[in-house]
Design a binder for this molecule. Structure first.
Ligand code: NAP
Length: 289
């Protein structure tokens, strides 16, 4: 293995607060990048020397993975970039493509817009001609999101709806993307068009969703969920490959640059996890050469 990021889901899994637990003892790390040094019987030798992404047990110096679980990294993308591409950009791609049909000029509203998923949503939407209304909790994040292609950035809180309505000027998003939960999700849903869909894919506040009855009765809002792992288990190899092809193509054109807060060697994994829990960008674990 070469390197791996620490994502919120990794910390949730270690804490036992994730949707699925794994038998102990276990190795954490839901994504990471390594180089194939040898292959088992029946596996094509051409894998040897290739950079690959793994989807589990990533935080270690070496290991064995089934070849079907590996994603080969195309030439031109190095391990330090690639290690961020297995989870968050594919999630953003699926959130934007799997729920509602969007036309150029349509608005999408999302909270946790500074997250790796949120940033990937902005970059993909920009290239598709979809507009993004981005809800953040830190006003100083607005500039960096606009640089990525955000059409509008508003600060979460009681005044957010009025600020957003002034920007939207009567337009209503068909799609809302929620990774916070609690009151933030309610405010986000309040911005959406009649019959729109709010997809919950994260719960950074750890607060439950609160859905006013009127959102269902009078506005026919649809509340859906998304978990990349479940999606990857359910779809064909071709569907998976086509998402990773798009992700690598966009990464090759400059999208999905990680916001890195710190790097740690694997020997300091506890300090690395503690730093990751503070937020403010990704922590990278250095696992080997
Ligand atoms: N369902 C899936 O398949 C799937 C796949 C990938 C990720 N996810 C989920 O998506 C979310 C984002 O993941 P990521 O790796 O992109 O995150 P990330 O880059 O580590 O960023 C964390 C984000 O959460 C925000 N945040 C942290 N604590 C918060 C709180 N108490 N209230 C509101 N916002 C808070 C941060 O805001 P600041 O910038 O202001 O600190 C930042 O936007 C996580 O919940 C993760 O589990 C789900």
């Amino acid at each position: 293995m070469v390197c791996a990021p620490i994502n919120p889901a990794d910390l949730n899994m270690i804490e036992g607060k994730y949707g699925e637990s794994r038998p102990l003892p276990d190795v954490p790390g839901n994504e990471g990048c390594g180089r194939v040094v040898s292959v088992g019987a029946g596996v094509d030798d051409s894998w040897i020397g290739r950079l690959v992404l793994v989807d589990s047990k990533a935080w270690r110096e070496e290991g064995n993975w089934p070849v079907a679980d590996l994603v080969a990294v195309p030439a031109g993308i190095d391990a330090r970039r690639a290690c961020f591409l297995r989870v968050n950009p594919p999630t953003a791609w699926c959130l934007l493509h799997n729920f509602v049909g969007l036309c150029p000029g349509d608005w999408i509203a999302q909270n946790a817009a500074t997250s790796a998923v949120g940033r990937a949503v902005i970059e993909i939407a920009k290239r598709k001609g979809w507009k993004t209304l981005n809800v953040v909790r830190r006003p100083e994040a607005a500039g960096e999101l606009r640089d990525l292609g955000a059409d509008a950035v508003v600060v979460d809180g009681p005044g957010m709806a009025d600020e957003a309505a002034a920007i939207l000027g009567g337009a209503k998003p068909k799609l809302g993307l929620n990774a916070v939960g609690g009151a933030s999700a309610t405010r986000l849903a309040g911005l959406l068009a009649e019959g729109a869909t709010l997809v919950t894919y994260g719960a950074m506040s750890r607060e439950a969703l609160k859905i006013p009855n009127g959102f269902l009765i009078f506005r026919d809002l649809h509340f859906r969920g998304f978990w990349l792992t479940r999606w990857l288990r359910a779809v064909s190899d071709e569907a998976k490959s086509s998402v990773f092809r798009e992700v690598f193509r966009l990464a090759g054109s400059g999208c999905f640059s990680p916001r890195i807060a710190a790097e740690f060697p694997i020997a300091e994994v506890s300090a690395a996890a503690a730093r990751a829990a503070q937020g403010g960008g990704k922590v990278v674990l250095r696992l080997g050469d």
